[in-house]
Design a protein around this ligand. Structure first.
Ligand code: HEC
Ligand code: CU
Length: 350
């Protein structure tokens, strides 16, 4: 009997531990991957960098403090009764029973109802505060397309296409149309935006704006297959001048090959095996299913924002993409010569 009880207790303890671990994993509090983005601020909505996240954080803290006060009062009364009114050995009689305590009952029914009504009012206020502002001509339009396992960002009015890196000017409303190329993904930048599903065949809409210059971590937050965790992106909130300079660079045609080796690489990309999936400037399938390479080297990271963009990593990528990001959709083998030529040209694509 004793043994059984003991076993039950340790089972309880283990299941408690498991639920804490699950919570940690679900909330993303596990050690970051080796190639994680550099020192970006903790990607949490409690660390807001936009009016939307600030409203969410405010509501969170109000409800948290309300809950904490209720918790302390309720647990305090409970503990007080447990210790102060505990039955003593000399107590032989059952204490008098209480009936029809209308005041007590009114309090413990009324107070929670009032609290819930208060939360409802606060919630409506928050929903109103983060609703999209009226459209303005100066708003920036972005078409977001989720792919397994990377993000495409198109700027239809600017004729710019990029991958895994969303540049936006500070304090500007950004209106996004979100679609998926394949399965359901979810767009989430904790410090900037709410979360919205990205669904094939449906166009969803989200607005966001950043009021702090900096880089903010984004992550697909709807399980979408083997590389779901490696489907990240970065939102770069920058001054209008920096943004304009970035746009001007993105609008340029791709760099011209400077020697024979680069020319060979260029031709493989434009006419060879890469052109089935990748666009380069005006060349390529047009409706590319893979990241646009025109200004590849202007980005900081690649392949779902997880590897630093430099020559060594690109070589590793071309030698064996499946070893680097197992299961990704670039399932091709290239010869030593092809890799050398392609790499020579790729690294000039600033
Ligand atoms: C079958 C389609 C396909 C072919 C062919 C292909 N790729 Fe890719 N490539 C992809 C996909 C899909 C990704 C994105 C993988 C991911 O992030 O999960 C990618 C990613 C890349 C990236 C990283 C881009 C970024 O910004 O994340 C580079 C560079 C690249 N490919 C170069 C090449 C080159 C060079 C060739 C030809 C020698 C080539 N690819 C052929 C599908 C293809
Ligand atoms: Cu996804």
């Amino acid at each position: 009997m004793k043994c059984k009880l003991y076993r039950m207790r340790s089972l309880k303890r283990i299941s408690g531990l498991i639920s804490i671990l699950t919570l940690l994993v679900v909330s993303g509090c596990v050690p970051a991957a080796k190639n994680a983005a550099p020192d970006t601020p903790i990607p949490l909505f409690l660390n807001p960098a936009s009016p939307v996240a600030a409203q969410q954080a405010r509501l969170y803290w109000i409800i948290f403090i309300m809950a904490a006060v209720v918790f302390v009062i309720v647990e305090g009364l409970l503990l007080y009764n447990v210790f102060h009114h505990a039955k003593k050995p000399q107590d032989q009689e059952t204490p008098p029973q209480q009936y029809r305590q209308y005041v007590v009952e009114a309090v413990y029914t009324g107070v929670p109802i009032l609290l819930v009504i208060l939360i409802f009012i606060l919630m409506m206020g928050t929903i109103k505060a983060i609703a999209a502002p009226a459209p303005k001509a100066s708003d920036l339009k972005v078409h977001v397309i989720g792919h397994r396992w990377w993000w495409e960002f198109d700027y239809p009015d600017l004729n710019v296409k990029t991958a895994n890196e969303l540049h936006i000017p500070v304090n500007t409303a950004v209106r996004m149309d979100l679609d998926s190329f394949d399965v359901i993904h979810s767009f989430y930048v904790p410090q900037l935006s709410g979360k919205i599903d990205v669904i094939p065949g449906v166009t969803n809409h989200l607005w966001l704006s950043g009021n702090t210059i900096g880089q903010f971590h984004g992550q697909c937050s709807e399980f979408c297959g083997v590389n779901h965790a490696n489907m990240r992106f970065t939102v770069i909130v920058e001054s209008q001048a920096d943004f304009d300079a970035w746009v001007a660079n993105q609008q340029m045609p791709p760099a011209q090959p400077q020697n024979d080796l680069q020319q060979t690489g260029h031709d493989i990309i434009v006419n060879g095996m890469c052109s089935a999936c990748h666009d380069l400037g005006e060349d390529g399938p047009g409706n590319a299913t893979a990241p646009d390479l025109t200004h590849l080297m202007s980005r900081q990271r690649f392949a779902g924002d997880i590897f630093d963009l430099n020559e060594d990593n690109l070589r590793r990528w071309l030698e064996d993409t499946q070893a680097m990001k197992p299961g990704n959709d670039m399932d091709h083998k290239f010869s030593e010569d092809q890799i050398k030529a392609v790499l020579a040209y790729l690294i000039t694509l600033k």
